[in-house]
Write a protein that binds this ligand. Structure first.
Ligand code: AMP
Length: 359
């Protein structure tokens, strides 16, 4: 789109740094670095909701930050996030703040088991959470998550039929455009597949879009934001998490929509009109984790996986393939959501297990 970009990231080999015009290599808590970023930028956006709030506030004093620190503050804190959703008239899992063992005992009685104990701050990709099945496991989970020192939250168990997400953009003028609702499948708390359109009734899709819009307006967001949702068996839609940035469950938009979530982010923060987010073709995305592609199957597997010409490959250029780390993803287009899902699952299986003649 012709813009010059500069990124702030402590990692010299950071994926964004590899393609930006400039890269400030410094901790995200470095206020001096934040000031340098501000001085070199007309507008700043976020790619990670665990960015340091103080540094983002310092940035926002000098240059527009979109979405702003007021959105970040809420998205970083699971309790504020749920309270905000409820203020906007939306449903969430039942929850209690847990600052002590006594709080936890009361919360378990109030919410019942199973329940999920999570750190209030800093969790992502299933990190910082424990499912508690029986009361004997309660204190271990409390200790493992640093309870007492760190603030925790106990969430009632949601027996969801399906997880979904709504990725939407809001412009400087306040226009909101939502991408198609994706159906999300998680493995070990990490997004595994997104399947689009979500295979749920039209009226549920429509209500998911409305939930996204309520969050965008309620939080006065400028930029792209994802809301992760639980859809229950009786079609209640619960807000789980808010991510004020392009989201893994929106990566499919690159191939499947006229304008991707990344272009939409630029349009929103640069004061341009938003683009058409309609689905051109059904799509499915499969994540490639460090444990998947660390198997070293190499080029023959890649040749076979990409033998399905509807499959696109994205690798992020991360230097080290750690277990559970998102290294890239595949997107397949299909004749329907299920066809796309089968294609992307097959391609990933080839990458993981090796080409067919390798036994
Ligand atoms: P989160 O980090 O909150 O997105 O949680 C990661 C995953 O754990 C979610 O995508 C769900 O699959 C599962 N999960 C989280 N919270 C709950 C809950 N309260 N009830 C049931 N499953 C949950």
């Amino acid at each position: 789109m012709g813009y010059d970009t500069v990124v702030l990231d402590p990692d010299e080999r950071a994926p964004a740094g590899q393609i930006a015009n400039g890269h400030i290599v410094a901790p995200l808590t470095d206020l001096e670095a934040a000031r340098e970023l501000a001085s070199r930028s007309d507008v700043v956006t976020l790619e990670w909701e665990n960015a340091d709030l103080a540094a983002v506030r310092a940035l926002a004093e000098r240059v527009p930050v979109r979405p702003g620190p007021h959105v970040l503050e809420i998205a970083q804190n699971r309790i504020l996030e749920k309270e905000a959703a409820q203020r906007f008239g939306l449903e969430t899992a039942s929850f209690r703040a847990v600052r002590s063992r006594a709080d936890l005992e009361e919360a378990v009685i109030a919410l019942g088991l199973p329940a999920v104990l999570k750190t209030t701050y800093g969790g992502y990709d299933g990190k910082g959470q424990r499912v508690i099945h029986q009361s004997e496991g309660t204190l271990d989970a409390f200790a493992e998550l640093g309870g007492g020192d760190a603030e925790l939250i106990l969430e009632g168990w949601v027996d969801f039929a399906l997880e979904a997400s709504v990725v939407s953009a809001r412009s400087v003028r306040g226009d909101i455009v939502s991408f198609p609702i994706g159906e999300n499948v998680h493995r070990r708390g990490i997004l595994d597949f997104t399947i689009v359109p979500a295979r749920i009734p039209d009226d549920v899709i429509r209500r998911c879009v409305e939930v996204g819009a309520a969050v965008m307006t309620g939080l006065d967001v400028v930029g792209v934001l994802a809301v992760e949702l639980f859809v229950t068996r009786d079609h209640h839609i619960l807000v789980n998490e808010i991510a004020p940035r392009p989201h893994n469950s929106g990566h499919y938009t690159w191939e499947a929509c006229a304008v991707s979530q990344f272009e939409q982010q630029l349009r929103a923060i640069c004061g341009l009109p938003l683009g058409d987010a309609r689905l051109i073709r059904p799509a499915a995305m499969a994540n490639l984790l460090g444990d998947d592609i660390g198997t070293g199957r190499g080029v023959p597997a890649l040749v076979e996986a990409l033998g399905d010409s509807s499959v696109a490959l994205h690798l992020y250029g991360k230097a080290e393939a750690r277990i559970g780390r998102k290294m890239g993803h595949l997107t397949a287009l299909g004749d329907g959501a299920t066809d796309a899902f089968e294609r992307v699952a097959r391609a990933r299986e080839i990458l993981i297990s090796g080409p067919s003649d390798s036994g």
